[in-house]
Ligand binder design. Sequence first.
Ligand SMILES: [Zn+2]
Ligand SMILES: [Zn+2]
Length: 254
Amino acid sequence: MVRPVFSLRDVWSALVDLVFPRARGCPVCGAGEEPELCLACREAIRALSGQRHCNWCGRFTRNLWAHTPYCPDCRTAQWPFDRCRAYGPYEGVLRDAVHRLKYGGARELARPLGEFMARAVREHVAYYTADILVPVPLTEEDFMRRGFNQAALLANVVSRELGIPTRAVLAKVRRTPAQAGLARAARLTNLSGAFALVGDEAVVRGRAVVVVDDVFTTGSTLSEAARVLRAAGAERVLGLVFVAGRYPNLAPKS
Ligand SMILES: [Zn+2]
Ligand SMILES: [Zn+2]
């Protein structure tokens, strides 16, 4: 019997490689052979940590607010969450890393980025004594298309690092236009009614909850999540993200 030189499986796998080239090297800069965050990118990410930020919303600033730890927004606005913390600003290598995770399918980035997030709040008593972590959900449709929820991947890593369980108690029940394409005023109302509590309210009632997401820009996602969790009886709602924008928002003013 003559064996075929190429099996059907070989041909198929060659085709798959052609259409979806196998990622090589660092998922952010492509350096090296191993598909993991390289040392240079790690250093660049570390260099952007520990920047001056607003004590409420967690956004960063280059300006000094001499008499208050709060950004001008937070001196007048009332957020429905208690505070938010970000590892660093939404720019440079931090922005690249988020985009590679979210849009480039580089799931292997969730571990290092989640570890950086955990490090950012490890010393904050409000965070390390929290009861549960809740990832910001995607709609079923978006989840099927992307194949994963980056917020859930990050939450699982933070969960391991801080020893706080993850509970996916929020569902996204309404598809909303992409925030990126909207003016600021539209962004703030875009998510209204988008989230719903799933499962037992007892998981949330009287608890300190940390909502985990990849990015904080206008705060509308965290605000909507916080409203639903508070309505279910959550005692405290904190936010934890990998990156946050700067004050004032870079988003176009409406
Ligand atoms: Zn790299
Ligand atoms: Zn603020």
